[in-house]
Design a protein around this ligand. Structure first.
Ligand SMILES: Cc1ncc(COP(=O)(O)O)c(C=O)c1O
Length: 383
């Protein structure tokens, strides 16, 4: 391992309060999840419980391992499944439960992890949204047997694309060292293209260019013409793309070390902005993230519900508000052929409703007053 990787792992582990040896770096967060499932011996015939409100790459990784994803509907308040609903979904085939930190918020982790342990079920924390935040006084990502994190563009800190895992179960950790031996390494041109994307984003992205660049990036990614958040086949079929199992490259390690240094400042800004959004939504009696559900939410995004997504999006684009679209569907961004992912929308009515009404306000903006006046103008569309 080179010294920059060692330094980056030490920087990550100090936020989590663990040893650098427990941190493993990957090309994307989903690769970290797949590696964990393999290291845990998850295989054909097993079931893995996941939230019915996630990114499609999560059920993809489960299906690549040979296991079956079992989707559990979410609660409207927490945007995560409840302990009671998770417990009801457990069968003798359940080997693992994936507990998601959604936009920075975790739910009932203490109860679920304790119960799972006493029933010999592994737990994995999908902490792709939550790095740097706390839940019940403990760092997000330190509650389960292992956690995986994302450092993709819009995550708590970014390496362009990227991800890592933190492993607390020693059996999984020693297996993971074996599993990682088959990782491939990014080619020099992939490393160079990613560097170009990171530099372009830094200098070109602004509220004026946001929608144009976002749509251009998504289009180029769809045709595999750039290093996308997802490559074509991941969004059409749950079949593992070639070169999926890839390690983190040099560009990502260098970018990560720089970005993680400003994590605390960004987190403070996110919380400050979230507090003013909550105040505004409370004033108008609208859906908002309930303070009773968290002591220390890290607010990667601020979810709100709207009655007409199209109208709200158009209005945001016109007012140059950098609105997010997570999650467009219960397995974002898939909008058809859910059966390929073994998902029946009838089983997850709350997640289906939420995904057709949710939009996310930016929490890292330096101009929250701009977002507030946009909310005022569009209050009639907000639920
Ligand atoms: C909930 C959730 N899980 C997993 C992932 C996958 O992370 P990555 O893109 O780094 O593979 C994402 C990506 O945004 C996500 O939102």
């Amino acid at each position: 391992m080179n010294t920059k990787e060692t330094k980056f792992k030490a920087e990550i582990s100090s936020v989590l309060g663990t040893d650098p040896e427990r941190i493993h770096l990957y090309w994307k967060g989903r690769v970290a999840l797949y590696a964990l499932l393999k290291a845990a011996g998850i295989k054909n015939g097993d079931e893995v419980i996941i939230p019915g409100f996630t990114c499609v790459v999560v059920p993809n990784a489960v299906l690549y391992s040979g296991a079956m994803p079992v989707y559990v509907d979410i609660q409207r308040t927490s945007l995560n499944p409840s302990f009671a609903d998770i417990r009801a979904a457990v069968t003798p085939k359940t080997r693992a439960i994936i507990l998601q930190n959604t936009f920075g918020l975790s739910t009932e982790l203490d109860l679920i992890t304790k119960w799972a342990k006493s029933n010999n079920i592994l737990t994995f924390e999908d902490c792709t949204h939550g790095f740097g935040g706390l839940y019940q006084g403990k760092p997000n990502g330190t509650f389960c047997d292992a956690a995986f994190f994302s450092t993709q563009w819009n995550k708590p800190f970014s390496t362009g694309i990227g991800g890592f895992s933190a492993v607390f179960n020693d059996t999984i950790l020693s297996e993971l060292i074996e599993v990682d031996k088959s990782l491939i390494h990014p080619r020099w041109d992939e490393d160079a293209l990613l560097l170009l994307l990171i530099i372009s984003r830094k200098f070109l992205l602004s509220s004026v260019t946001y929608y144009f660049l976002r749509d251009l990036y998504r289009l180029l990614s769809k045709f595999n013409l750039t290093i996308g958040s997802s490559s074509g086949t991941e969004l059409t079929d749950p079949i593992m793309p070639a070169s999926y199992f890839k390690a983190m490259g040099k560009t990502q390690v260098n970018a990560g070390s720089k970005e993680i240094a400003s994590l605390d400042c960004v987190l403070a800004l996110r919380k400050k902005n979230a507090a003013v959004y909550t105040q505004k939504l409370v004033q108008h009696g609208k859906f908002h993230v309930s303070p009773e559900l968290h002591q220390n939410h890290s607010f990667l995004k601020y979810p709100i519900l709207v009655s007409d997504k199209k109208k709200f999006n158009e209005s945001a684009e016109k007012d140059r508000i950098e609105l997010g679209d997570w999650f467009l569907s219960p397995i974002h961004p898939i909008e058809t052929n859910f059966e390929k992912w073994h998902l029946s929308l009838e089983n997850i009515p709350v997640a289906s409703f939420i995904s057709s009404h949710i939009v996310d306000l930016p929490t890292d903006t330096k101009h929250p007053e701009h977002v507030l006046s946009f909310l005022d103008k569009n209050m009639d569309i907000i639920v």
